[in-house]
Design a protein around this ligand. Structure first.
Ligand SMILES: *Cc1c(COP(=O)(O)O)cnc(C)c1O
Length: 374
C-alpha cells in the first residue's frame, strides 16, 4: 500500500521546540506566561497596527466569547454563513440563540450580500433584529468585505469575522482577521499554522480584548478573595502550546507561499480537463489557499473521483456540507439561492498541506488524470 497522503497535516518549522523547552525550564506550565504574551505580540505585529489579540484554547472558544462580548443571549438571532464548518454555528446554540443561515455567492463561495440583506429585512419584519453576522473566509478565500460591511453598517449589526481558515489571506491589501468588530483565528492541527489546538480573538478595541481575557480566565473580579459577578470560562491558551505558535509564526509567509504553490500546481496541470473548474481570486482578494478545491461537473463525478483517490490512499473531502442541510440545524430559518447546495454536490478539497512532497503531489495528479482518462 502507498503511504497515506493527508488533506492538511501539521508542518513544524523546527523552531517550536526551543520555546517549549523555555516553558519547561522556567516552569511556566500554565495558561499564562512569556509564550502566551509573545505569541500574542507576534500575531499583532503580523496583522498590523491596531490589532489586539487574545490567544485562547480554540477557534470555537473564540467564537463563543466573541458572541458573548457582542451581547448575544438566549432567544436572540444570529446570522451565519451556511456554507462553513459547524464550529462557526455551534456557539450560537451554546448561548441559546438561533442561527439564521444565509447562502453564498459564487465568486468567493462566501456569504452573499444580497441574501444577507433579504434575511435581515425579513427578520426585522418578523420582529427581531439579528444581533450579529458571522461571515467566513472559506478555504482562505476572503469574503466580499466591502459589500458585507455596507449591509452590516446599513442595519447597524456587528460582524464576527471567522478567519479560522484565512490567516495570511488579504482583502484590498489588508490582512484577514482585521475586518470584524471581533475576528477569530484557529490554530487547530489542520490549519495553515497550528499549536495542535488553539485559537485567538482579534479586535481593534483594546477594551474588548481585555474583557475577552477576563472572561476566558473565569471572570475573576479584582479582589483578593475569589469574587465573581459574571459567568466566566476556562478558555485561555496554555503557555506550553503557545510556544508552538511562536515557532510557527516565524514561517507563516513561507506556509502561505507553499499552499499557494500547491493550488497553482493543481490548476496548471488540471485546467485542461473539461469536467474540472477552479475558483480564481476576484480583484482585491488574495487567498492563502488553505485548501486547494476543485469543482467537478456533477455529484457523481465528484464522488467517483473521491473514491478513486481513496483507493490510492489519498485523502480528499467534499466541500463543507451547508449548515442548513445538517440534521441538527434543520429547523433553523434559512435564506437560500442554491449556490451552497450546488457547491456541496460538485466540490472536492484536494491534499493541500505545506509539507506535501513533489512525489506526493504527482501521485494525486496522476490519480486524477487517470480517473478522467477512463
Ligand atoms: C477550524 C474552524 C473553526 C474552529 O476552530 P477550532 O480551533 O478547531 O475550534 C471555526 N470556523 C471555521 C471556518 C473553521 O474552519
Amino acid at each position: 500500500m502507498n503511504t497515506k497522503i493527508w488533506l492538511s497535516s501539521p508542518h513544524m518549522s523546527g523552531k517550536e521546540q526551543q520555546y517549549i523547552d523555555d516553558a519547561f525550564k522556567s516552569n511556566w506550565i500554565a495558561p499564562l506566561g512569556p509564550n502566551v504574551t509573545g505569541f500574542e505580540s507576534d500575531i499583532q505585529s503580523y496583522l498590523g497596527e491596531g490589532s489586539n489579540v487574545a490567544v485562547l484554547s480554540s477557534g470555537t472558544a473564540a467564537i463563543h466569547l466573541g458572541l458573548v462580548l457582542l451581547g448575544v443571549a438566549k432567544g436572540d438571532e444570529v446570522i451565519c454563513q451556511s456554507k462553513t464548518f459547524s464550529a462557526s454555528a455551534n456557539p450560537i446554540a451554546y448561548l441559546g440563540a438561533t442561527p439564521i443561515f444565509v447562502d453564498s455567492e459564487s465568486d468567493t463561495w462566501n456569504i452573499c450580500p444580497e441574501q444577507l440583506e433579504i434575511a435581515i429585512k425579513d427578520r426585522i419584519a418578523k420582529g427581531k433584529k439579528p444581533k450579529a453576522i458571522i461571515a467566513v473566509h472559506l478555504y482562505g478565500m476572503p469574503y466580499k468585505v466591502s459589500e458585507i460591511n455596507r449591509v452590516a453598517e446599513t442595519y447597524n449589526i456587528p460582524v464576527l469575522e471567522d478567519s479560522a481558515e484565512a490567516l495570511g489571506s488579504t482583502y484590498s491589501n489588508e490582512k484577514c482577521g482585521t475586518f470584524g468588530t471581533i475576528s477569530i483565528l484557529s490554530f487547530n492541527g489542520n490549519k495553515i499554522i497550528t499549536t495542535s489546538g488553539g485559537g485567538a480573538l482579534v479586535t481593534k478595541d483594546k477594551s474588548i480584548k481585555d474583557k475577552a481575557v477576563f472572561l476566558a480566565t473565569q471572570a475573576r473580579d479584582n479582589a483578593v478573595e475569589y469574587l465573581h459577578s459574571q459567568i466566566g470560562y476556562n478558555y485561555r491558551m496554555s503557555n506550553v502550546i503557545a510556544g508552538i505558535g511562536r515557532g510557527q509564526m516565524q514561517v507563516i509567509d513561507n506556509r502561505v507561499e507553499l499552499r499557494r504553490q500547491n493550488y497553482n500546481f493543481y490548476e496548471s496541470h488540471l485546467k485542461n480537463i473539461n469536467e474540472i473548474t477552479f475558483l480564481s481570486e476576484p480583484k482585491g482578494h488574495f487567498s492563502n489557499r488553505w485548501l486547494s478545491c476543485i469543482l467537478t461537473n456533477s455529484e457523481k463525478t465528484r464522488e467517483g473521483l473521491r473514491i478513486a483517490l481513496e483507493k490510492e490512499n489519498i485523502e480528499s473531502r467534499p466541500l463543507w456540507k451547508p449548515m442548513h442541510q445538517q440534521p441538527v440545524f434543520l429547523e433553523c430559518p434559512k435564506y437560500l439561492n442554491g449556490v451552497s447546495d450546488d457547491l456541496f454536490k460538485k466540490g472536492l478539497c484536494l491534499p493541500s498541506g505545506s509539507n506535501l512532497t513533489d512525489n506526493e503531489k504527482n501521485r494525486v495528479l496522476s490519480t486524477i488524470q487517470a480517473y478522467f482518462d477512463n
